[in-house]
Design a protein around this ligand. Structure first.
Ligand SMILES: Cc1cc2nc3c(=O)[nH]c(=O)nc-3n(C[C@H](O)[C@H](O)[C@H](O)COP(=O)(O)OP(=O)(O)OC[C@H]3O[C@@H](n4cnc5c(N)ncnc54)[C@H](O)[C@@H]3O)c2cc1C
Ligand code: FES
Ligand code: FES
Length: 1310
C-alpha cells in the first residue's frame, strides 16, 4: 500500500491520531500485501468517515491495496496496529483468533482481525451469519477457516460453538449420552473460553473529532494534488465535476477504485489525471417515491444493499421484485470489503460483460440518468418498482465459487403476463459473461410474446436463445459448451420459478411444478460452518507444567493477529536498498535473439539491469538456470531483472526491457504431446508383485484415461527475499524457504564463493506447501547476483501474478490402467501407468550422487510407492514417468500422493460399478486387514487403518445417511446427493535415509533462559511451537523459559528439507538429544540440590565450568529403496485415516455444496492436538479444493492465464463443510518422538472424498436419466465438469463444435 502510493500529502487519521506525512506511516507493517487486486483480504483495514447529514460515523472494511491514499481525505483509517498490540493491549478479536488456533502461517491473520473488528464496531453482538458474511472476502490457505469462524462466533450472543444444526444444543449434552460414552477419554476443548477478555465497545478508539468538522466532511472548494506522473482532482460540486470532465474527457472518475485500480496495476493502464467525486453529496442519495427509486451512483454496493433491504421491508412484495433479485446477488458477489468500496455507478459503467447487477437492472427496466456539462436531464425515477401482480423478475448466476467470484454466466430475466393469465405480454432476458457486454435475447423475447408459459414455450425459447446468443468455440474464458448449457439451464430455472409464482397467484388455474423439480428453484444456502474436534485427553498424572499433549497455541499466534510478526517485506528498509523486478519469458521454448535494456536503463531510479552475463559463477547449476541465456524453456523463466530505487520504478523499467525470441520446436505443453514426442526426463520407476499378466484371466477392465490437473500453491506470502552483500564476499539472505541449505548451495554456486560465505536466515514464512522447496534457491541466486553486481541490498518480493507464474505448481497427471477382478469385487490384478507433466530440465541433486529432476523425481517415486493406498492387490504393477515438457512444475503438499491415489479410488469405483456393488464394499473387501507387506515388500500393521475405517463408518452414520441420500435423490430430479468414504494409508518421509537426519543447537543462558535452534523451518505448521514443547518436557522447565528465534544456516548447517510430514519427527529428536545431553551434564548438580531452582542449577553449572550449550543430532530413520529390485524399507512408518464426505449437486448449474465431512485420523500420541487438527483441517480443505474448484488455465502456447485470485479460486469460508467433525485416533508409534506421528500432508488426499461424493451424486443423476453407468470424472470436478456429466435435454440441445476447426482458448495440460 505504502510502497505504491508515494509522495502524497496526507490529511487522514491513522489509529485515531493525525498523520500528515508519509514517514509517519511507513512503519505500519501489520497490514499485509498478497494479491494487490482486492481478491484476498490480507490488506483489510477499517475506514471510518463522518457523515455530516446523518451525523453518524460509518465504519467499513476496505482492501488497502485498492485504496488510493488521496481518496482517504477526511477519513480515519485503523490498521491492525490500531486495534491492539502486545506492547499495549491485545484486543479480544486478536486474542480469540489466536487462542482459537485461527492462525497458522499468520499472513492472513491481520486481515481476518480487521474484518471481524470492523463488524464488531458496527454490530457488537453479531449473529453467526454476519460473521461468515464479514469473512467472505478474506482468504486463508492454511487453516481451512473453521477455527477463524469459531473465534468470530465467540462474540455472538447465542452459544454456537459445538452446536448441532439448528438444534441449539451441544452434541455432547445429548440425553442418552451416547456420544460422550462412546468417545470416553476424548477431549473436545481446544481452548478455554473462560480465559477470553470480554469485548468492551466503550474501550475502542474514538473517531478523531477534528475529522467531523465542516472542512473534512464535505468538499469545500476543489482540491488537487500533483504527483510524479499524475494529478488527482477532487471536485467541489457536481457542476464542478462536469466542468472537470469536460476539460479532461479521458480522465476516469475514481470511485471505489476496484475496477480502475487493478486495471492500472495489472493491465498497464495509465491516466495522467484522476477525478475523484466519491464524496459528492449529489451522488449519494436514495429517492423513493410511489413511482420507483432513484439511487445515487456514488452509493457503494453495501449501501445499495442496505437501502434495498429497507425498501423491501417497507414496500409491498409486488413492488420490490427487482430489489429482491438484486439483493440476492449483492450477498454473494464480492466480499464485504469490495462491497463497501465499489459503487453502483462504477459497477454499471465498468463491468459491461461480467456485471452481476446489470442484467437484473436491465430486466427490471432500470434507467440511467446521464449528466454532462450543459446537458442536465431531469432526474426521472427509474422504474425499479413494478405495479403488476402478474410480473416476475429474477436474477440467476453461476460462479466457480459461491461467494467472491465472477459469474461464469449470469442472467436477469423478467416476464409480464396478461392479467390473470399465463400469456406472455412482455419478456426480457439479459445475460452476462456471454459476450463483450450484457447481452439481450431480444429476438427470442419478441417471438415469445403472446405465447403461454408452458413446456412448448420453454423448448422453443431454449432453441431460439441458443441461436441468438452464440459463444464462439474459441471464446476468451473458455468453457464454451458449459456456458452455452448454462444459458438454457438458467432459462429453465427462470421458467420453473415463474411457473411456481403463477401457481401461487392462482393455484386452480396454474398447476404447480412437479414436486421433484422443487429443489431446482433455489441456489444452495450459505450456512455458518460448525463442527467438533476430538482428541485424546492428557494423562491426568502428567505434571501440569509439561506441555506435551496439550493444545498449546501457536508460538507466534498473538504476533500474527496483532501484525507484529515480521515477514520479509516487513523488515525495515536498509540504507541503499534496491528493489528488484523480474522480466520473464513469454515463450515456452524459444531462442533469445536479443535483449535490449537501453530504454529501461534510462528510466528514473533505475540502477542496473541484470542478465546472465552478470553471473560471476555458474549460471547453469545442476541443470537449473538462474538467468536464461540463449534459450528459454518455459513461460515464466527469468531472463533478466531490473534493480531500482523503488519497486514502482523497477516494475516500470522491467516493462521496457525488450527481448526478441525465435520459437524452437518442439514446444511440449501437455502430457499427450510429450508421449507423442517420446519426451521424458528419466527412466521409468516401477514396482511389481505377483504375476500381473496371468491374473488378467479374471474379468478385466481397461479403464479410460484419468486426468488430474495441477494446482497452485497460492501461499499468502509470495516468494520474498532480502539479499544483503557483506564484506569478504559474504551474502546474507533473509527469505522464506523450506530448504535454506539448497538456497545456500545455489547462491554460492552463482557467486562462485564457498558456502561458508552465504548465510540464509529464516524466521517464518506466510505459507509454503512445497512451493518454497526448490524455487527459493533459484530466486535466491537471482537476487544474490543482483546484490553482488550493484553492491547494494536487494529486496525481491514477487507480485502475485509473477509468483504464480514463476514458482509453478503441482504436477498434472495422466493415468492409464487395466484391472483384473472377480464378480464379488475382489481385485486380483492392477497394471497402472502414470505420467506426470514434469519440466524441461533435469537437476542433479546432492553430491552428484544421483541424477534427479528433483521435484519431478520425488513426485514420480511417491506416486509409484504410494499408489496402492490402503488396498492389497496380489498382482500389482505400477509404473511412473515424468514427461519432459515446457511448463515447469514443482512439488506441492502430498508430493504426488493426492494425484496418484485418486486414480486408485477411480478404479475401485469402476470395479464396484461393474460388479453392481457399493464402492465402500469393494474398498472393504480389498483393504489391508492384517500385518502385511506393501507391493515393494515393506512390512506394516494396518490395524489402525481398520479402526479408523470402522469408526468412520459408524460415527458418520454412513449407511443411514446413504439411505437418506437415496431417498432425497428419488424425490429430487435436479439436485442429487452423494456420499463417499475413503480409507487412507500414507507413508511419511522420503525413502532416502540422509533426508531424515536433523541437528539442533540448544543454549542455556545464565538467567536460566533457553534458546533453541534446529534445522527445520516454520511454515505455519507450528514446528517451532512443538519444538518448544519438546524442550520444555525434556528440560522440565516451563515453556516461558524457552525461546526459538529463527532458523539459520549459520547456527545449524546442512539442514534437510522441511517436508514430508517429518519436521517434528526429525527435529524433535535432535532437540530432544541436545536437551538430554544438557540434562545429563546438569544431573550431578540437580542430584546434589534436588530442591533447588532451575536458575540455581544453571548458575552452579557455570561455576563448575560445565558447558551450557549442546548440539543435538538425529541420524534419521534408516529408510532405503532399491529401484533395481523394486524393494525396500522406503518409509519409517505409515499413517492411517478415513474420511467420509457428503455433497449435494445442482445438476442444472454444476454447483455443489459440501454438507458434511467426518475425518478419523490416526495420530498415535499427538504432541499438540490443536496444531495437528489444524493441519488436518487445513490439508483437507486444500485437498478438497484441488479436487473440485481450483483450475489452472493454460493457453495452447503454454502461457498460464491463472495469475490472480480473480481467475484462480481457492475456497472461501463458504466452501468448507457445513458440518466438519475431526477425531484424532490414538495408537502407538514407538519409533517416533513421544510416540507421535507426522500428520502434515496425509489429509490432502482425504479431500478426494468430496470428489467421489460428487461422483456418487452425478452417478445418481445419470442413473435416473438412463445414462452409462461408468463415466470419467477427472480432477478437478469443476462446476463445468459436473454440469456436462449430468447429461440432459439441455446439454443435448447446445451446438457442438468440431475440435479440428478451431484453436481453443485454453487446453488441458494433463
Ligand atoms: C475482488 C473483486 C471481486 C469482484 N467480484 C465481483 C462479482 O462477483 N460480480 C460483479 O459483478 N462484480 C465484481 N467485482 C467488480 C466490482 O463490482 C466493480 O469493480 C465495481 O463495481 C466498480 O466500481 P468502483 O466504484 O470501484 O469503480 P472504479 O474502479 O472507481 O471506476 C471504474 C470505472 O467506472 C467509471 N465510473 C465510475 N463511476 C462512474 C460514474 N458515476 N459515472 C461515469 N463513470 C463512472 C470510472 O471512470 C472508471 O473508468 C469485483 C471486483 C473486485 C475487485
Ligand atoms: S492484497 Fe489487498 S486484497 Fe489481496
Ligand atoms: S494462516 Fe491463513 S493463510 Fe496462513
Amino acid at each position: 500500500w505504502y510502497k505504491t502510493q508515494e509522495n502524497m500529502l496526507l490529511v487522514i487519521s491513522m489509529q485515531g491520531g493525525k498523520c500528515r506525512n508519509q514517514s509517519s506511516l511507513v512503519r505500519l507493517t501489520g497490514t499485509k500485501y498478497s494479491c494487490g487486486g482486492g481478491g484476498c483480504g490480507a490488506c483489510t483495514v477499517m475506514v471510518s468517515r463522518y457523515n455530516s447529514t446523518t451525523k453518524a460515523i460509518h465504519h467499513y472494511p476496505a482492501t488497502a491495496c485498492l485504496v488510493p491514499i488521496c481518496s482517504l481525505y477526511g477519513a480515519a483509517v485503523t490498521t491492525v496496529e490500531g486495534v491492539g498490540s502486545i506492547k499495549t493491549r491485545i484486543h479480544p478479536v486478536q486474542e480469540r483468533l489466536a487462542k482459537c488456533h485461527g492462525t497458522q502461517c499468520g499472513f492472513c491473520s491481520p486481515g481476518m482481525v480487521m474484518s471481524i473488528y470492523t463488524l464488531l464496531r458496527n454490530h457488537p453482538e453479531p449473529t453467526p451469519e454476519q460473521i461468515t458474511k464479514a469473512l467472505g472476502g478474506n482468504l486463508c490457505h492454511c487453516t481451512g477457516y473453521r477455527p477463524i469462524v469459531e473465534s468470530g462466533k465467540t462474540f455472538c450472543v447465542e452459544s454456537t460453538v459445538c452446536e448441532l444444526k439448528g438444534s441449539g444444543k451441544c452434541c455432547m449434552d445429548q440425553e442418552d449420552g451416547s456420544l460422550v460414552n462412546r468417545w470416553e477419554q476424548m477431549c473436545t476443548k481446544l481452548y478455554d473460553e473462560d480465559e477470553f477478555q470480554p469485548l468492551d465497545p466503550s474501550q475502542e478508539p474514538i473517531f478523531p473529532p477534528e475529522l467531523t468538522v465542516r472542512y473534512f466532511t464535505f468538499v469545500n472548494g476543489r482540491r488537487s494534488k500533483q504527483g510524479e506522473r499524475t494529478t488527482w482532482i477532487t471536485p467541489a460540486t457536481l457542476n464542478d465535476l462536469l466542468e472537470l470532465k469536460a476539460n479532461f474527457p479521458k480522465a476516469p472518475l475514481v470511485m471505489g477504485n476496484t475496477e480502475l485500480g487493478p486495471s492500472i496495476k495489472f493491465k498497464n493502464e495509465f491516466h495522467p489525471v484522476f477525478i475523484s467525486p466519491l464524496g459528492l453529496p449529489e451522488l449519494h442519495f436514495v429517492n423513493t417515491t410511489d413511482d420507483g427509486v432513484t439511487i445515487g451512483a456514488g452509493y457503494s454496493l453495501a449501501q445499495l444493499n442496505d437501502a434495498l433491504h429497507f425498501i423491501v421491508s417497507e414496500q409491498p412484495k409486488e413492488k420490490t421484485k427487482t430489489h429482491r433479485a438484486l439483493l440476492k446477488h449483492l450477498r454473494t458477489l464480492p466480499g464485504a470489503q469490495i462491497r463497501n468500496m465499489a459503487t453502483l455507478g462504477g459497477h454499471v459503467v465498468s463491468r459491461p460483460n461480467f456485471s452481476d447487477l446489470n442484467p437484473i437492472l436491465a430486466a427490471g427496466n432500470a434507467a440511467i440518468n446521464l449528466v454532462s456539462k450543459g446537458k442536465r436531464p431531469s432526474f426521472n425515477q427509474s422504474q425499479l418498482f413494478s405495479y403488476l401482480q402478474w410480473h416476475f423478475v429474477f436474477g440467476l448466476r453461476m460462479a466457480q465459487r459461491q461467494e467472491n467470484a465472477f459469474a461464469i454466466v449470469n442472467a436477469g430475466m423478467s416476464v409480464k403476463f396478461e392479467d390473470g393469465t399465463n400469456t406472455i405480454k412482455e419478456l426480457q432476458m439479459f445475460y452476462g459473461s456471454v459476450g463483450p457486454t450484457t447481452v439481450s435475447a431480444s429476438q427470442t423475447c419478441k417471438q415469445l410474446i403472446g405465447r403461454q408459459w408452458d413446456d412448448q414455450m420453454l423448448s422453443d425459447a431454449c432453441r431460439w436463445v441458443l441461436d441468438e446468443i452464440y459463444i464462439p468455440p474459441a471464446a476468451e474464458g473458455g468453457m464454451v459448451e458449459y456456458r452455452r448449457t448454462l444459458i438454457i439451464s438458467l432459462l429453465f430455472k427462470f421458467y420453473l420459478k415463474v411457473r411456481r409464482g403463477l401457481n401461487q397467484m392462482d393455484p386452480q388455474k396454474f398447476p404447480d411444478i412437479p414436486e421433484k423439480f422443487m429443489s431446482a428453484l433455489e441456489d444452495f444456502p450459505i450456512e455458518t460452518p460448525q463442527g467438533i474436534q476430538m482428541f485424546q485427553c492428557v494423562d491426568p498424572h502428567q505434571p501440569p507444567q509439561d506441555p506435551v499433549g496439550h493444545p498449546v497455541m501457536h508460538q507466534s499466534a498473538i504476533k500474527h493477529t496483532t501484525g507484529e510478526a515480521v515477514y520479509i517485506d516487513d523488515m525495515s528498509c536498509i540504507d541503499q536498498e534496491l528493489f528488484l523486478a523480474p522480466i520473464t519469458s513469454t515463450r515456452a521454448h524459444a531462442k533469445i535473439i536479443s535483449i535490449d535494456i537501453s530504454e529501461a536503463l534510462a528510466l528514473p531510479g533505475v540502477v542496473d539491469v541484470i542478465t546472465a552475463e552478470d553471473v560471476p559463477g555458474d549460471n547453469n547449476y545442476q541443470g537449473e538456470i538462474f538467468y536464461a541465456q540463449n534459450e528459454v524453456i518455459c513461460v515464466g523463466q527469468i531472463v533478466s531483472t531490473v534493480a531500482a530505487d523503488t519497486y514502482a520504478h523497477a516494475r516500470e523499467a522491467a516493462k521496457k526491457v525488450k527481448i526478441t525470441y525465435g520459437d524452437i520446436e518442439p514446444r511440449i505443453i501437455t502430457i499427450e504431446q510429450a508421449l507423442e514426442h517420446n519426451s521424458f526426463l528419466f527412466d521409468e520407476k516401477k514396482i511389481e508383485q505377483g504375476n500381473v499378466e496371468q491374473a488378467f484371466k479374471y474379468k478385466s477392465l481397461k479403464g479410460s484415461e484419468v486426468h488430474v490437473e495441477g494446482q497452485e500453491h497460492f501461499c499468502m506470502e509470495t516468494l520474498s527475499i532480502l539479499a544483503l552483500p557483506k564484506e569478504d564476499k559474504e551474502m546474507v539472505l533473509h527469505l522464506g524457504t523450506q530448504y535454506p541449505t539448497r538456497v545456500q548451495e545455489y547462491v554460492a554456486a552463482a557467486l562462485n564463493v564457498p558456502r561458508n560465505r552465504i548465510a540464509c536466515r529464516m524466521k517464518r514464512t506466510g505459507g509454503a506447501f512445497g512451493g518454497k522447496v526448490a524455487k527459493p534457491a533459484v530466486l535466491g541466486a537471482v537476487s544474490a547476483v543482483a546484490a553482488n553486481k550493484t553492491g547494494r541490498p536487494i529486496r525481491f518480493i514477487l507480485e502475485r501474478g509473477d509468483d504464480m507464474l514463476i514458482t509453478a505448481g503441482r504436477h498434472p497427471l495422466l493415468r492409464k490402467y487395466k484391472i483384473g477382478f472377480m464378480n464379488n469385487g475382489v481385485i486380483k490384478a492392477a497394471d497402472v501407468k502414470y505420467y506426470v507433466n514434469g519440466r524441461s530440465v533435469c537437476i542433479i541433486l546432492y553430491l552428484c550422487e544421483i541424477s534427479l529432476c528433483f521435484a519431478s523425481t520425488q513426485v514420480v517415486e511417491f506416486i509409484v510407492l504410494k499408489s496402492e493406498n490402503a488396498y492389497y492387490i496380489p498382482n500389482f504393477r505400477c509404473r511412473g514417468r515424468a514427461c519432459k515438457t515446457n511448463p515447469s512444475n514443482t512439488a506441492i503438499r502430498g508430493f504426488g500422493f493426492p494425484q496418484g491415489t485418486v486414480v486408485v479410488e477411480a478404479y475401485i469405483t469402476a470395479v464396484a460399478s461393474q460388479c453392481n456393488l457399493p464402492p465402500e464394499e469393494v474398498k472393504e473387501i480389498n483393504m489391508y486387514k492384517r500385518i502385511s507387506k506393501t507391493a515393494f515388500k515393506q512390512t506394516f500393521n494396518p490395524e489402525p487403518l481398520q479402526r479408523c475405517w470402522k469408526e468412520c463408518l459408524e460415527k458418520s452414520s454412513f449407511y443411514a445417511r446413504k439411505l437418506a441420500a437415496e431417498e432425497f435423490n428419488k424425490k429430487n430430479y435436479w439436485k442429487k446427493r452423494g456420499l463417499a468414504i475413503f480409507p487412507m494409508k500414507f507413508s511419511i518421509g522420503i525413502p532416502t535415509a540422509y533426508y531424515n537426519q536433523a541437528a539442533a543447537l540448544v543454549h542455556i543462558y545464565l538467567d536460566g533462559s533457553v534458546l533453541v535452534t534446529h534445522g527445520g523451518y516454520e511454515l505455519g505448521q507450528g514446528l517451532y511451537t512443538k519444538m518448544i514443547q519438546v524442550a520444555s518436557h525434556e528440560l522440565n522447565i516451563p515453556q516461558s523459559y524457552i525461546h526459538l528465534s529463527e532458523t539459520s544456516t549459520v547456527t545449524v548447517s546442512n539442514g534437510v528439507l522441511t517436508l514430508g510430514s517429518m519436521g517434528t519427527d526429525i527435529n524433535g529428536k535432535a532437540v530432544q538429544n541436545a536437551c538430554q545431553t544438557l540434562m545429563a551434564r546438569l544431573h550431578p548438580i540437580i542430584r546434589k540440590n534436588p530442591k533447588g531452582k532451575w536458575e540455581d542449577w544453571i548458575a552452579k553449572a557455570f561455576e563448575e565450568s560445565i558447558s551450557l550449550s549442546a548440539t543435538g543430532y538425529f541420524k534419521g530413520y534408516q529408510t532405503n529403496m532399491d529401484w533395481e529390485k523394486g524393494e525396500g524399507n522406503a518409509y519409517p512408518y505409515y499413517v492411517y485415516g478415513a474420511a467420509c464426505s457428503e455433497v449435494e449437486v445442482d445438476c442444472l448449474t454444476g454447483a455443489h455444496k459440501l454438507l458434511r465431512t467426518d475425518i478419523f485420523m490416526e495420530a498415535a500420541f499427538s504432541i499438540n492436538p490443536a496444531l495437528d487438527i489444524g493441519q488436518i483441517e487445513g490439508a483437507f480443505i486444500q485437498g478438497m479444493r484441488f479436487y473440485t474448484i481450483e483450475e489452472l488455465k493454460y493457453s495452447p502456447e503454454g502461457v498460464l492465464y491463472s495469475r490472480s485470485p480473480d481467475d484462480y479460486k481457492i475456497p472461501t469460508v463458504t466452501e468448507i463443510p457445513e458440518e466438519f467433525y475431526v477425531t484424532l485416533v490414538r495408537s502407538q508409534n514407538p519409533i517416533a518422538i513421544y510416540s507421535s506421528k507426522g500428520l502434515g500432508e496425509a489429509r490432502m488426499f482425504l479431500g478426494s472424498s468430496v470428489l467421489f461424493a460428487i461422483y456418487d451424486a452425478v452417478a445418481a443423476a445419470r442413473r435416473e436419466r438412463g445414462l452409462a453407468k461408468t463415466f470419467v470424472l477427472s480432477s478437478p470436478a469443476t462446476p463445468e465438469m459436473i454440469r456436462m456429466m449430468c447429461v440432459d435435454q439441455f446439454t443435448d440441445m447446445i451446438p457442438r463444435d468440431d475440435p479440428s476447426t478451431f484453436t481453443p482458448w485454453s487446453i488441458r495440460v494433463s
